[in-house]
Design a protein around this ligand. Structure first.
Ligand SMILES: Cc1ncc(COP(=O)(O)O)c(C=O)c1O
Length: 372
């Protein structure tokens, strides 16, 4: 087994889920596990959540293939696919019992055609996506009423849910998120007044779960918060969250270099005095961006050391000065020791990104080790 590993702490995942559950109760929870559960390993994540007494009522994935992966692993809970139906093999939704997101008449036609083709006997459960201002997927909120009215008259379909997605819920007290919420609420109200069943109404991602308790409706859709991160540094921190992923490795080599010598490609680090350089088997092919060059840190023996020299595909170096560090000593690239922590946000602040991208980018060749 490789010395560099992503340690996935399933008890932190379960704590995060329970804290979210408590905060949104009595709303149901759809756990968002797309992109291999944001890089944490979808099968183990879903199995861990399913081991809870108050497990998620629904799961959500981005792609049909991600849903199929869960079904092949024996996961029985309802799974919503966020992707647009078009360009997918529509029969797969029916064969694998995946809930399609619909928002056009063409979506309905494709589903009817697939139903006929495979002689699918049941009515098709769908969730309708409403675009309230994100301008990505969904039917515009102004046109939605007529579409939903028509859909509700079609016996081949069951409206199991209706949802929208916020563009700015990760910013506390954001006026655009409030506007989106208002548009969505007005539509739901109009449907209710016309006795059109909506199924489960859902809108809140992690940002809205934290910042907008009036957006919970029947169900919420947490993603990043399950994995222990707030969606931005601008949300309040009203839910306690514990990072689920840490990255550890071992010192692979220790080298004494003299003043004036350089480290790695392009000679971007030059020693100002004699020092010890350790190398670690982790690089940009593992998800340690080259843009972290000379900017990031590691914890070795409960002390922080600076990364030096260009990040290479498979290897990074740290300057440990004159400290006694040996081959095989543990290196924490992401995570906590007794006195120190390197958080996903430390990486984000260097890379000008969000924790989603950090965990998703830890590549497949880094073994995930599950602890509970
Ligand atoms: C439609 C939808 N709902 C919910 C989520 C979860 O969002 P977050 O990870 O910010 O909680 C996502 C993720 O991007 C999404 O695309």
């Amino acid at each position: 087994m490789r010395s560099s590993q992503a340690i996935i702490n399933l008890s932190n995942l379960k704590k995060n889920f329970s804290n979210i559950r408590k905060k949104v109760y009595p709303a149901k929870v759809m756990a968002v596990v797309k992109a291999d559960a944001y890089g944490h390993g979808v099968i183990e994540v879903v199995k861990a959540l399913n081991s809870l007494e108050d497990k998620p009522e629904y799961y959500a994935v981005a792609l049909v293939d991600e849903g199929i992966e869960l079904r092949n692993a024996g996961i029985k809970e309802p799974i919503l696919v966020f992707d647009a139906l078009v360009n997918n093999n529509v029969e797969d939704y029916l064969i694998y019992n995946l809930i399609p997101t619909v928002f056009t008449l063409k979506d309905l036609d494709s589903l009817r055609a697939a139903k006929d083709k495979i002689n699918y006997k049941e009515n098709i459960r769908v969730h309708i996506k409403i675009d309230t201002g994100m301008n990505r997927l969904g039917i515009n909120y102004k046109e939605a009423f007529d579409f939903i009215k028509y859909l509700s008259s079609q016996t081949a379909f069951i409206i199991d849910g209706i949802y929208t997605h916020f563009a700015t819920s990760d910013v506390y007290n954001n006026s655009f998120a409030k506007l989106q919420l208002k548009r969505f609420k007005e539509l739901i109200e109009q449907l209710r007044q016309n006795n059109i069943s909506t199924g489960l109404v859902h809108a809140a991602n992690s940002g809205a779960i934290i910042n907008m308790s009036d957006s919970y409706f029947d169900m919420v859709r947490p993603g990043i918060s399950l994995y222990g991160y707030y969606p931005s540094q601008l949300t309040d921190q009203s839910i306690r969250l514990f990072p689920v992923m840490s990255i550890i490795s071992k010192v692979a080599s220790v080298k004494r270099i003299s003043k004036g010598e350089t480290v790695s490609y392009s000679r971007k680090f030059k020693a100002s005095k004699p020092t010890n350089i350790v190398s670690v088997s982790f690089g940009y092919a593992d998800g340690y961006s080259r843009r972290m060059t000379n900017k990031s840190f590691a914890i070795i023996k409960d002390k922080i050391y600076k990364q030096v020299g260009v990040v290479t595909m498979d290897r990074i170096m740290f300057d440990v000065g004159n400290d006694k560090i040996n081959v095989g000593d543990e290196v924490i690239l992401l995570g906590k020791s007794k006195k120190h922590e390197i958080s996903g946000w430390d990486w984000c602040n260097i890379l000008k990104t969000i924790p989603y991208e950090i965990t998703c980018n830890i590549s497949k060749r880094v073994p995930r080790i599950y602890i509970d």
